[in-house]
Ligand binder design. Structure first.
Ligand code: SAH
Length: 452
């Protein structure tokens, strides 16, 4: 069949991609369609065709899946904050397990996998503790919201559904204050205007709020009045920060930060430990989800009181400090200098003295530990996974267990394959849902050294 753009077809959804799109094959040719569920029969219109696949738009659902739920607010799909919102939550969890299974089978070439059911959340909405919302003029009005997926078109929003309600309220209040003082919103085309983003972070357990006003210029119209109004209208604010980003870039935060009011950090808790979080620090955006992830990872690690533990890619030390309560000593390594400073402060804050932090690239720093054999290594790299030189040095170091936490099952499967070829047996895989309503899945892999 000769497929043509704009033509309509009827098809059966066979599968879900790791990006959360339904796969419909028309004469064997895969078309990816958003907003669909495997086993549904649909009518689609082809919107683009590439050499080996294409994209389609859902026109009509002919036979709906029993787990399809009514979407009350379509903005979550349009902006990409809740692209799986049309699928019953229990099914989302099963689909995420399948995404993990597919990666480990296709990329990792593993068979007979031991994958546990995805651990989900009790309330899969309003889970985010952080929002980074762009500010733009839409017509004559300053608006906040998210961009239509794949575009620069801002869709004004007030209820975001996946963020804590107090974060939504704070964004709306700050927006109204900016409107009142007629602050010009950023225009990326002409690279003019003053206010680019409003970032709000909130401690799930402490209720403390940090507001970051990301501006293009240092000077902002009526900044003093704006500051006073934010403080009086949002009493939970413990830290109000101006971040200056002068560059014409997609990166949200710039390098200069000025404290306008309060402290340079806010605090949250993870499994009973307290953490100071600065504007630039990485902190998992779902506090309860992170607790669940770390709890499982530590359970799988089964740390003994005599163990020396590595926490590579440790951020501000969330995993290391939890592991330190069980281990003899823990070594945390991380590339961002400020994160390591926070990690050290967090150790002091929680009165933990058997942890040692070092800043630098993990693939370099691990070379320094060759005369300090680790019993257990916990690794939690960014999406691109582990560097081959890191894996090589880790295998040479020879921990009896590796607990590999990842937000990208593809690179995790790739790295686990190398570890399996280097003498580590893949014992268990545990997916955890930190990002309900999206295709993202976190996953813990437990590997044991075969030769003791
Ligand atoms: N374990 C932490 C952070 C995980 S995110 C937590 O759960 O909070 C991944 C971390 O890896 C980030 O903090 C990032 O700064 C860090 N990172 C990225 N590349 C790195 C590298 N080459 N070496 C060490 N750390 C790196």
């Amino acid at each position: 069949m000769n497929l043509k753009k704009n033509d309509h077809y009827i098809g059966y959804v066979e599968d879900l991609t790791s990006q959360g799109m339904g796969v419909v094959k028309i004469d064997g040719f895969p078309i990816f369609v958003d907003g669909t569920i495997p086993e549904e029969e649909i009518e689609l219109r082809i919107v683009s065709l590439k050499k080996t696949y294409g994209y389609g738009k859902l026109i009509k659902i002919i036979k709906a899946h029993e787990n399809r739920v009514e979407v009350k607010d379509d903005l979550g799909r349009q902006t990409g904050t809740a692209p799986l919102g049309h699928i019953k939550y229990s099914m989302q969890l099963r689909l995420k397990k399948k995404i993990v299974k597919d990666s480990f089978e296709r990329i990792g070439k593993f068979e007979n996998l031991n994958i546990s059911p995805t651990i989900g959340m009790v309330n899969p909405w309003q889970y985010r503790n952080k929002a980074q919302v762009p500010v733009r003029m839409v017509g004559a009005r300053l608006e906040t919201g998210y961009f239509r997926r794949g575009t620069n078109e801002l869709i004004p929003m007030e209820n975001y559904h996946t963020q804590h309600v107090q974060i939504d309220e704070t964004i709306n209040k700050v927006r109204d204050i900016l409107r009142k003082y007629e602050v010009p919103a950023y225009d990326p085309d002409s690279h003019t205007g003053q206010i680019r983003h409003i970032v709000v972070r909130r401690g799930f357990y402490t209720g403390q709020i940090m507001v970051i006003l990301v501006t293009r210029t240092e000077k902002v119209t009526k900044l003093d009045q704006i500051k006073e109004e934010i403080i009086s209208q949002v009493p939970e604010v413990v830290s109000l920060v101006q971040n200056i980003n002068e560059k014409n870039t997609n990166k949200i935060l710039g390098n200069t930060t000025k404290i306008l009011y309060g402290k340079d950090h806010y605090e949250d808790e993870i499994l009973g430990l307290r953490f100071k979080i600065s504007p630039q620090s990485f902190f998992q955006v779902n506090t309860q989800g992170a607790e669940s992830l770390y709890y499982q990872a530590l359970k799988m690690a089964k740390i003994k009181a005599t163990d020396i533990v590595l926490d590579a890619y440790c951020g501000i030390g969330t995993i290391a400090l939890n592991a330190a309560q069980k281990a003899k000593e823990v070594h945390g390594i991380e590339i961002i200098e400020e994160a390591i400073e926070s990690a050290r402060e967090n150790a002091t804050l929680n009165k933990i003295d058997n942890v040692y932090f070092k800043a630098g690239p993990a693939e370099k720093l691990i070379q320094n530990y060759q005369d300090k054999p680790f019993d257990i290594a916990i690794v939690d790299p960014p999406r691109k996974g582990l560097d081959p030189s890191f894996i090589e040095a880790l295998v040479e170091n020879g921990p009896r267990k590796i607990v590999y936490i990842s937000c990208n099952p593809s690179t995790q499967a790739r790295d686990c394959k190398i570890l399996a070829e280097s003498g580590y047996k893949l014992e268990q895989i545990q997916p955890v849902d930190m990002f309900p309503m999206t295709h993202h899945v976190e996953c813990i892999a437990l590997l044991q050294r075969e030769i003791m």
